[in-house]
Design a protein around this ligand. Structure first.
Ligand code: ZN
Ligand code: ZN
Ligand code: FE
Length: 758
């Protein structure tokens, strides 16, 4: 059992049943001793899971009988175990209904108070310094509770009984406006500050403000000049911005929202939900250029909610704000007031700070509904640091993850503890964030790793970090094996599975770049059963930024070097540039073979004329998916492909490329070609899995890797595979992209350590 407010909940339940005993947190979970007549004890045990408050999760109840003590009263005991305690730290949770209505009630002592919270809601992971989770161990230690707050905190019948961040306008944190336009603000009250913020936003200004897990940058999402200015100042050309709207109704007016998506928007994790925009939404084009999807979230703190209330009072239209991470380029999100004013000086017109310190950076989470399930694309606020049950022995290991969208993962007592999203490990600041997170999580969860797992790519900073640690057993894990193991781990699978790992880039055991892989895998090892037919990448990283180069490669391969009317197939490049690339590919100089599925998506996006160069990885694939979604139909039509060879089987897509070229020449709409392409890939995956099953009798398929963020691909595969009687698994607890790699590495390392101990 775990969760916030568990002990007070048990206390109240026991008192209601008139039972004696006590409750405490122990290293193994919550321990309850209960005393009374048998029927009442039974009623208590039955009510325990049934009436649990929202933040409590009960994984199981084990019970033993002990002699009675004649204890009439029920009490909460201090935590047991001291140094060895393994307390699960709760995530940050959005404001609850009860707290929100207090902030809307004139006359309530928390009317318009931005930091209102209770045992059911508010900041947790972001403010916890150490365990046990108690006020002195949080950044709230700096605020002494006033008498009224203290009373609530001590009253077992109160919603704020033992609510560690409890606060009110008298004793708690407050807002603080700084920067150019703050000077003439005579009264620094929440309302005055947020009114000023609202006016600045209305005039097209950019506000940096301190959210729950870090600073956010806000501007009016309907005002093209404001959004374009934010892009210019943030030096972010096309990567989509998320928006925040005041309530679910506004989200529905801007985007197509299913019931499931609405629930997710309103869930207590309050993630950014990827939604398809309505054509009449009226958001600035620069919010997500050339992309019909927009990430939308609802207010997650009373502060956010209050701002929207004030905006509504002062604006005629229902407000929609850009709400993006406050950071420069790809660095970690800013959390300190002074740091914000320094680093975001050239971006923000004004700073809305507050004086409750954020201890741990936690970005906004990003999710999407795919195949009827919630898929995490970025796992952070609201979800971290919740554990994943592994149950593969109690080895303590550190897994360092990959490079992009890095996370790390620790294990202890059978649990995997994946970190929050850390970012692309490509600069000093993100590496520093990685090290800081490792240090803090090791302390919070009392982990002393005996082994360290890492990716085989020597160029990754995570790998270099792992290899520098002395005295730990080193376990290198192939990238796609880790993807598959990650999916197995979160579903608790054992034994061998068919792993389909499709992504952009992963270092293969043969020194080439893999990414369209079919493995037979368990935690101990894997066999590469099949892969996409490799093509050459010309010019290394340039091939990732310039999909037209990959398109050339696919064309030369499909037409044996004789591309029909070659010039029109790489509109982004000059004829000379294209000839250079062709020559590189023909002579195999500065090229590297790859079986990457991500690059295949890039190539097809370029072939059908959607996108020849990209400004962030995955952009071309996103546009391809969007184009296909526009033309999606019940059709089962697919292009031709062939499965050739054995050990590993090679998926030959040259017939498909030739068909795509013919379709483009006939003037077939790009969306229809894109739709057929998605169906073809799902058919490819089903065909390979069928062949594997015939040979190896494996029936469980794990789909993982960044390509499976694509809803059309994933849904197509799931449907086809299920029709063939396969058991299909994909990722939900951690992202299918490289953010999920550390969990897979951790599961593999735990299993190897366990085997070597037997
Ligand atoms: Zn609350
Ligand atoms: Zn107070
Ligand atoms: Fe990957």
């Amino acid at each position: 059992m775990q969760g916030v407010g568990f002990r007070p909940y048990v206390y109240n339940l026991a008192r209601r049943h008139g039972l004696g005993g006590f409750v405490l947190n122990s290293p193994r979970g919550v321990f309850i001793e209960i005393e009374g007549d048998a029927d009442t004890v039974e009623a208590f045990v039955a009510a325990l899971p049934a009436e649990a408050p929202p933040l409590v999760r009960i994984d199981g109840i084990a019970r033993t009988e002990v002699p009675t003590q004649g204890e009439p009263a029920f009490s909460i005991h201090e935590s047991e175990g001291g140094g060895s305690a393994f307390a699960l730290v709760p995530p940050d949770i959005c404001v609850c209904e009860a707290c929100l209505s207090e902030t809307c009630e004139p006359g309530n002592r928390r009317f318009e108070y931005p930091f209102t919270n209770c045992t059911n809601c508010g900041p947790r992971y972001s403010i916890i310094l150490d365990v046990p989770y108690d006020r002195p161990m949080t950044t709230m230690a700096e605020f002494a509770m006033c008498e009224a707050c203290e009373r609530e905190y001590r009253d077992p019948g109160n919603r704020r009984f033992h609510a560690q961040p409890n606060a009110c306008p008298v004793c708690g944190p407050r807002l603080l406006l700084a920067g150019g336009e703050a000077a003439d603000l005579s009264e620094q009250t929440s309302r005055r500050i947020l009114e000023r913020v609202a006016d600045i936003l209305r005039r097209g200004g950019i506000v940096a403000w301190k959210g729950l897990g870090g600073y956010q940058l806000a501007c009016d999402a309907r005002l093209p000049t404001a959004v374009e200015e934010l892009r210019r100042r943030k030096r972010r050309s096309e990567k989509p911005f998320a928006i925040m709207v005041g309530n679910a109704e506004t989200a529905v007016s801007l985007c197509f929202v299913s019931d499931q998506e609405r629930q997710l928007l309103e869930s207590r994790e309050r993630p950014i939900v990827l939604l398809r925009r309505r054509p009449e939404a009226g958001l600035a084009e620069a919010v997500s250029p050339g992309n019909p999807a927009t990430g939308v979230m609802l207010p997650c703190t009373p502060m956010h909610d209050l701002l929207f209330r004030i905006l509504r009072e002062r604006w005629s239209a229902e407000p929609a704000l850009i709400m993006t991470s406050g950071n420069i380029s790809e660095e970690p999100i800013v959390i300190e007031n002074a740091e914000a004013e320094e680093q975001l000086a050239d971006i923000a017109d004004v700073f809305a700070h507050h004086n409750r310190r954020i201890h741990t950076r936690v970005d906004d989470s990003v999710v999407r509904i795919v195949a009827g399930e919630t898929m995490l694309l970025r796992r952070a606020r609201g979800y971290s640091p919740q554990p994943v049950w592994l149950g593969r022995g109690d080895a303590e290991v550190l897994a360092c993850g990959a490079q992009q969208k890095n996370t790390l993962c620790l294990t202890r007592a059978g649990f995997a503890l994946p970190s929050q999203h850390l970012g692309d490990l490509e600069n000093f600041e993100t590496l520093r964030f990685f090290e800081e997170t490792l240090e803090r999580m090791s302390r919070l969860f009392h982990v002393r790793p005996t082994a360290v797992a890492y990716d085989l790519h020597r160029g990754y900073l995570s790998t270099q970090f792992a290899l520098k640690i002395k005295g730990l057993r080193q376990i290198g894990v192939q990238h796609h094996h880790a993807h598959v193991a990650s999916c197995m781990a979160e579903h608790g699978l054992d034994g061998r599975v068919i792993g389909v790992a499709w992504d952009g880039t992963g270092f293969g055991t043969d020194g080439t770049i893999w990414g369209g892989e079919f493995l037979a895998a368990d935690y101990l090892g894997f066999e590469r059963l099949a892969r996409l037919r490799p093509v050459l990448l010309a010019g290394g990283d340039a091939a990732v930024r310039e999909p037209w180069r990959v398109a050339r490669s696919y064309l030369l391969d499909a037409f044996d070097g004789a591309v029909p009317d070659g010039a029109r197939w790489a509109a982004a490049a000059s004829p000379q540039h294209m000839r250079v690339v062709d020559t590189m590919l023909r002579r195999r100089v500065h090229t590297i073979p790859t079986s990457s599925a991500g690059r295949l998506f890039d190539a097809v996006a370029s072939l059908i004329g959607l996108r020849h160069t990209v400004s962030f990885e995955g952009q071309a694939a996103m546009m391809l998916e969007a184009a296909a979604a526009e033309e999606w139909s019940g059709s089962d039509e697919v292009d031709n492909f062939a499965l050739a060879g054995v050990g590993p089987v090679e998926v030959d897509l040259r017939p498909m490329v030739r068909q795509i070229v013919a379709a483009v020449e006939c003037g077939e709409p790009p969306g229809r070609i894109a739709a057929r392409f998605h169906r073809t890939l799902a058919a490819v995956i089903a065909a390979v899995c069928l062949r594997v099953r015939a040979g190896l009798q494996l029936n469980q398929v794990c789909l993982s890797g960044g390509c499976f963020q694509n809803a059309l691909l994933l849904e197509g595969c799931v449907r086809r595979l299920r029709e063939e009687g396969f058991e299909v698994f994909f990722q939900r607890a951690v992202p299918p992209n490289d953010g999920g790699i550390s969990l897979g590495q951790a599961a593999i390392a735990c299993e190897r350590v366990r085997r070597s101990q037997e």
